[in-house]
Design a protein around this ligand. Structure first.
Ligand code: CS2
Length: 440
């Protein structure tokens, strides 16, 4: 029985009926707050949760594995609504493992009982080819499965990338290419499921830990805060089965693209505008930036532009926009702009570039998408890129480009987001002309 479960009988423990943790059938790479508020939460809420335990491996640092292991994988989800907090104990993580423990990963992936690998490794990791990345570890684990005759399984990317299933497949096959037998086996046995994931999950603070202690009467070192809203849309095959996530609110569709575009452009795109313009104008959180009329206008203009390319009849763009304004305005969620601002080169490629390119193809200027990019340029040129906390897969190149001046700087920075757009002199000039327009 978990230490937390012992002390709190008043709270529901979802995803774990009694003392034993559910058997591991899902391996997750990238144990962080978002995995816990999203995939672990959906799995815990599936009616067959007792059959589907998760072994979650950390990415860069082992800390989360240590903290969670000390609590038998059980953690508190603080559902933070506009009117108050609700608490629940999530029991679907059966094992929390240090990502460096590749022996355990190999063992679990070789086991025929393991049916699914979910990923939250961040957008930038799919592009990285080093031997120690979670995807390199995954490929070694798949080799172990092949050797053991473990059979097919599904790899489910839960990162905020367009066509994340295909991107994951290409990234895995690229790493497996040195072993043609393995690459062939992966093609035949492993499916790559695409998903659109959504739940705003701000970083946990010491105040949240204290709040759980005060309100629930026990000490949880690793609670997770999330908004009440949660959404998961999936497309693809599961050769070895899956939990009944649809009964926990997930949606299975044939064609994911319209849904992922709606989410990446309207939610994440708006986030990026607010993150860069908002910080330039002295705001710290999404709710604060949204209350600034200039940030709000830039966001709405981008939504109008993006909406022209969101024409699938099932999308209800006006309703989605309205819901987003309510979600972003939640005054009790302190979603820090600095957290969203990270990895700008990768994120803008998913959030601004497709809308800008679609507008250019339609013979229009794409001014609102261009303004998102120019706000990022102003942000990285403002000294932010030189600071310790600044994170980007192309950090050094961003820093170097930011030292240039004028239009040259605009072009060099744009080349890091989209070489094709940087070759278009009209686009460069247009973005250059927008520089400074959202700085206070
Ligand atoms: C955010 C996302 O940090 C970011 O880039 O835009 O993490 C966003 O909060 C989630 O995708 C919401 O589902």
């Amino acid at each position: 029985m978990s230490a937390l479960q012992d002390t709190t009988r008043a709270l529901p423990l979802v995803g774990r009926a009694g003392a034993p943790a559910p058997p591991v059938r899902i391996v997750h790479l990238g144990l962080g707050a978002f995995h816990r508020s999203h995939q672990a939460w959906f799995t815990a809420h599936a009616p067959d949760a007792a059959e589907w335990g998760i072994a979650a491996f950390t990415g860069r640092r082992p800390d989360a594995a240590r903290t969670l292991s000390a609590q038998d994988g059980v953690f508190t989800l603080i559902e933070r609504g506009p009117d108050g907090d609700r608490f629940e104990l999530v029991g679907s993580i059966a094992e929390a493992v240090d990502g460096a423990d590749t022996a355990r990963l190999g063992e679990l992936l070789a086991a025929p009982t393991t049916s699914i690998v979910t990923l939250t490794v961040t957008e930038a990791v799919y592009e990285r080819d080093d031997d120690d990345s979670p995807l390199a570890r995954l490929v070694r684990g798949l080799a172990a499965r092949r050797a053991a005759g473990g059979g097919g399984l599904a790899v489910v990317s839960c990162d905020n990338l367009a066509r994340n299933g295909e991107v994951a497949e290409a990234a895995v096959l690229r790493r497996a290419a040195a072993d043609p037998g393995l690459a062939g086996w992966i093609r035949e046995h492993v499916t790559f499921v695409g998903t659109s994931v959504d739940r705003i999950t701000p970083r946990t603070t010491p105040d949240d830990v204290a709040e759980v202690a005060a309100r629930c009467g026990y000490r949880d070192e690793a609670p997770v805060v999330a908004e009440p809203f949660a959404n998961w849309i999936l497309a693809g095959e599961f050769p070895a089965g899956r939990p009944r996530w649809e009964d926990a609110g997930a949606q299975f569709v044939e064609d994911l693209e319209p849904f992922e575009n709606r989410k990446l452009w309207l939610l994440n795109g708006a986030h990026s505008i607010l993150a860069y313009a908002g910080q330039l104008r002295g705001h710290a959180t999404v709710a604060e930036a949204l209350a600034d009329p200039d940030c709000r206008a830039a966001m709405e203009a981008f939504w109008d532009e993006a909406a022209r390319h969101l024409t699938h009849p099932g999308l209800d763009v006006p309703g989605y926009r309205e819901a987003l304004v309510a979600r972003f305005s939640n005054p009790r969620i302190a979603h820090h702009l600095a957290q969203i601002a990270a990895d700008g080169t990768t994120k803008l490629r998913m959030r601004a570039v497709p809308v800008l390119s679609a507008e250019l193809r339609a013979g229009r200027s794409g001014v609102a998408a261009s303004r998102m990019i120019s706000a990022w340029m102003d942000f990285v040129s403002s000294g932010a890129a030189g600071q310790d906390g600044f994170q980007d897969p192309l950090r050094d190149a961003v820093l170097e480009a930011a030292t240039l001046e004028g239009r040259e700087r605009t072009q060099a920075l744009l080349a890091l987001v989209s070489p094709a757009l940087a070759d278009d002199a009209v686009v460069v000039s247009r973005i250059d002309a927008l520089r400074g327009s959202l700085t206070s």
